[in-house]
Design a protein around this ligand. Structure first.
Ligand SMILES: Cc1ncc(COP(=O)(O)O)c(C=O)c1O
Length: 422
């Protein structure tokens, strides 16, 4: 951890710097400079920095009561679930809104799956990220966050991810027969305790490199899970609330997954208000109130933020906007791939996009150059570390989407000339 002395030595760490930061829409103004935030904050600003509808509703709630125990917020939770219901797969009919982080929402889903099935094990994927609580870290498919700790999750089984550019089985998508999904059979038989409760999966592997599985993947996985009586938990912490162009990936690109349980967080709070939730088949509504909750679970500010976020997405054509603007970003990234030899593997869905640069060092340098061009971008320590993620808030306009592509182009020209603004 930074010591106070070393932290204050950095100009960026000063209170004046912090106080100078103002977010408006998709832009962040820091001192005299303005940036388009293509990281959507911590990938949680679905509606950008300053959505008036959410802010006004929060102010009104703050005036009434900033906190209420879940005893008093049940009706609000039900109202939010009713608002969400039309955007969920039809078979989802129950909810558990006692979380404000994706990590604990995933832990809640695991508890539900274990209690409902009477089984223990959880299958997850290489390259996955499910959060940073002890269980969520243990189930995530990367060593770097576990290395310094002992975080065992008895019954964790990891299977190769559908990462076609780096196929674990050294196959190609046209002839692989979807081995990465089919071989789940073998993992259940030879790598688990034989008592697998659930498969936990991100419909698009976000931190692992923005990996979109090939067509047919979700259906094969579902079929194998059905054969073994394994529940499917879709971790929609990144993909939920409109990010992939449908409200949930589970009603769009990942519909064939037919998840039994869906978790969400991040974008659910609209402007970054911590909010999370678990929704499920009605027969999986098995938890007692004391079996999964926390001090801030079901707090009124989170519920109000979630309510207004759903309303705003529904009433302001946000999903249709994502369809339009994602087409601009997609075409722009493909053009960059054609023009710059260092840009590879442009990929993604909706406003969840990425491309690769040759090395993690290139990614770090490019992000610095792009910052100088007025773009906030993030890479990923996960996987191969070569992804540059392009994920603006869902309210980005077509003009702003073009501006993003123009700034990426300028940054790549400078990057190829080997410029480093530091
Ligand atoms: C797919 C996914 N699941 C779970 C989490 C954990 O969410 P939180 O950081 O709110 O605990 C994250 C966070 O990055 C995530 O990307």
């Amino acid at each position: 951890m930074d010591s106070l002395a070393s932290a204050s030595a950095e100009p960026e760490a000063s209170i004046e710097y912090f106080d100078s930061i103002v977010g408006r829409g998709v832009r962040l103004r820091i001192g005299e400079r303005s940036y388009i935030d293509c990281a959507s904050g911590t990938f949680n600003l679905s509606l950008g920095y300053s959505n008036r509808q959410v802010i006004d509703a929060l102010h009104a709630q703050l005036e009434r009561a900033s906190h209420l125990s879940s005893e008093f917020t049940r009706a609000k939770s039900e109202q939010v679930f009713r608002l969400l219901k039309p955007f969920l797969p039809e078979h989802i009919g129950a909810f558990w809104f006692r979380d404000i982080t994706g990590s604990t929402a995933n832990e809640c889903a695991i508890r539900i799956a274990q209690k409902a099935t009477g089984r223990t094990d959880v299958v997850s994927l290489f390259l996955s990220h499910h959060g940073q609580s002890a269980a969520a870290t243990a189930l995530s498919g990367n060593a770097f966050r576990q290395r310094s700790f002992s975080l065992p999750f008895a019954g964790s089984v990891k299977i190769p991810a559908p990462d076609c550019a780096n196929c674990f089985y050294r196959q190609s998508p046209d002839s692989c027969g979807m081995l990465c999904a089919r071989r789940l059979d073998d993992f259940v038989e030879f790598a688990s305790s034989g008592r697998v409760a659930a498969l936990l999966i991100e419909p698009v592997l976000g931190n692992g490199g923005n990996l979109v599985p090939p067509a047919g993947y979700y259906g094969v996985l579902r079929e194998v899970c059905d054969r073994h009586g394994i529940l499917v938990i879709a971790d929609e912490v990144q993909t939920g609330f409109g990010r992939t162009g449908t409200f949930f990936a589970s009603t769009g690109i990942a519909a064939d997954l037919r998840p039994d349980i869906i978790t969400f967080a991040k974008g659910a709070g609209g402007i970054g208000i911590p909010a999370a939730g678990v929704v499920m088949r009605p027969e999986l509504d098995v938890l007692e109130p004391w079996e999964h909750s926390s001090t801030s679970g079901a707090n009124p500010l989170s519920l109000v933020a979630m309510e207004e976020t759903v309303r705003h997405i529904r009433d302001h054509g946000v999903l249709e906007g994502v369809t339009r603007t994602s087409a601009v970003v997609e075409a722009g990234l493909r053009a960059l791939e054609d023009r710059f030899s260092c840009v590879r593997n442009a990929r993604g869905v909706g406003l969840m996009r990425a491309f690769d640069l040759p090395t993690p060092q290139d990614v770090a340098r490019f992000i610095t150059v792009a910052r100088d061009e007025g773009l906030i971008l993030r890479g990923s320590r996960y996987g191969f570390g070569t992804a540059v993620k392009v994920r603006p808030p869902l309210i980005v306009t077509e003009d702003e989407a073009h501006e993003i592509v123009d700034r990426l182009t300028s940054a790549l020209i400078r990057f190829e000339k080997d410029e480093d603004p530091r």
